[in-house]
Design a protein around this ligand. Structure first.
Ligand code: FUL
Length: 465
């Protein structure tokens, strides 16, 4: 009898899971799925500009100017790790064409500099340090090259491909590859016609698991601004037909919000610098973003379903400054204090989904395990006593597709009145903040959805804003 009951229960569970589990619409590839969970990682702009105080080098800089006195990638990693970042993407070659590794395909590299007597290799040091600290490495390689003599001819495409092969083979596996869309003049005044098709084919062959960023992917899209802010409505979907990288990219508001019915899974990444510029400038030491500002950017990037790529540039010593590391530590503290424990886990709290008490793994901190919202399309959280809160965190299990188009949060206050707020998309993670309320209960209602709404995780917090 017991066996029969267990058998029936298993059959029921399996059938519920099966009916609930059909993915819908464009879906992320395994490469994109793994990337989405990284949420926050660092960018680092380093090169001749660090020494000339420029943002865009001309490509005519003497290699000898690249001479950091105390370069230590382990220091970068120590700080990145302590900040809670998952990896570091480095400008292996910016628009000035200088290579931070001794490339066989250029004469404008660390090998021609005086640094470590021409025997240094920043990428190698970074890759080793990342490994030691449990971080991942990513590479930014600017197709635009103001130095390379072949730039502006079809042979340059070969050079770029060879450089990609070189860095992947020597410093991989890479967690992200970054193609900058900027395309200006080369040393001979010529513009380059990039062979994007071959660039992409090459990467897929040599690094099939590495997601590629550019204005329009193929794996990760630009968010349309360099302020670190994703759209309040942010679809992981985009139509790219008819668009190209750089000047031919989709309008920035489209990149910011995605397309609700887009045919490609193309999530947004928010790139932003901790300072006004991308490269180090001493004059900006006093302009480093505060922990409060960084936390606000986190809410507007990761909290809107995008990833946050935060640039921290090393100085002329080749170190992150104490201004930047202090801001990063404050940022880390704010995130930890805010999201340490969800108020849902408070004693005596009752949670129901569509009126049912079985809420499965709705609040297990894992966005990939999920519950299905049936007819009621609502989740209700009732507290044993009035609870002060100002933040709701929701996740969709994106491996099933992005579905929710709109939802409402209703808070029944201690005085019996109701506070309401609403929002549109959820995606990988959505963090909604509002003025603090003393709540008896909260109800979350999905008001519009492309298909059956699935919720991966729900958290309720009182955060510092
Ligand atoms: C832009 C570049 O022109 C900037 O210098 C910087 O590297 C930024 C991340 O991308 O397109």
């Amino acid at each position: 009898m017991l066996n029969k009951t267990i058998g029936l229960l298993i059959a029921l569970t399996v059938s519920t899971i099966l009916t609930a589990q059909s993915p819908s619409g464009p879906l992320p590839s395994p490469r994109q799925l793994a990337w989405a969970d990284k949420e926050f990682y660092l960018f680092t702009h380093f090169g001749p500009n660090t020494f000339t105080d420029l943002e865009w080098g001309k490509g005519t800089e003497n290699e000898e100017i690249f001479n950091p006195t105390e370069l230590d990638c382990r220091q970068w990693c120590r700080i990145a790790k302590a900040a809670g970042a998952k990896g570091i993407i480095i400008t292996a070659k910016h628009h000035d064409g200088f290579c931070l590794w001794p490339s066989k395909y250029s004469n404008h590299t660390v090998a021609q500099s005086k640094w470590r007597n021409g025997k240094g290799d920043v990428l190698r040091e970074l890759a080793l340090a990342c490994k030691e600290y449990g971080l991942e490495v990513g590479i930014y390689l600017s197709p635009w090259d103001r130095n390379h003599p072949k730039y502006g001819t079809s042979e340059y495409n070969e050079v770029f491909i060879n450089m990609m092969k070189e860095v992947v083979a020597r410093y991989g596996p890479l967690f992200e590859f970054w193609w900058d869309g900027a395309n200006g003049e080369g040393p001979n005044g010529k513009k380059q016609i990039y062979d994007w098709h071959r660039f992409q084919q090459t990467m897929r062959t040599i690094a099939p698991n590495t997601p590629i960023f550019s204005d329009i992917g193929p794996d990760i899209r630009w968010v349309g601004n360099e302020n670190g802010i994703a759209g309040e409505t942010n679809w992981n979907l985009l139509d790219t037909a008819g668009f190209s990288r750089g000047e031919g990219a989709p309008p920035t508001d489209t990149l910011n919000a995605g397309n609700v019915n887009g045919h490609l899974w193309l999530p947004a990444e928010c790139d932003v610098s901790i300072r006004p510029g991308w490269f180090y400038h001493e004059s900006e030491d006093t302009l480093v973003k505060t922990p409060e500002k960084l936390f606000d950017l986190y809410l507007k990037s990761v909290g809107r379903g995008a990833n946050l790529l935060l640039n921290v540039p090393p100085d002329r010593r080749g170190l992150f400054t104490s201004f930047d590391s202090a801001a990063l530590m404050g940022f880390r503290r704010r995130r930890e204090e805010s999201f340490r424990s969800s108020l849902i886990h408070q004693r005596g709290t009752t949670v129901t989904v569509d009126g049912e008490k079985n809420i499965g793994n709705l609040s297990d901190g894992n966005g990939h395990t999920f519950i299905t919202l049936g007819k009621g399309r609502d989740i209700n959280v009732a507290f044993a006593q009035p609870t002060l809160l100002n933040c709701v965190l929701l996740q969709e299990p994106i491996q099933m597709g992005q579905r929710v188009k709109g939802f409402r949060i209703e808070i029944k206050k201690e005085d019996g009145t109701v506070f309401e707020t609403s929002a549109t998309t959820i995606g990988h993670k959505r963090i909604i903040t509002f003025p603090a309320q003393s709540a008896r209960s909260i109800r979350i209602v999905v008001t519009d959805s492309k298909s059956v709404p699935l919720i991966g995780d729900l958290g309720v917090y009182l955060i510092k804003i």
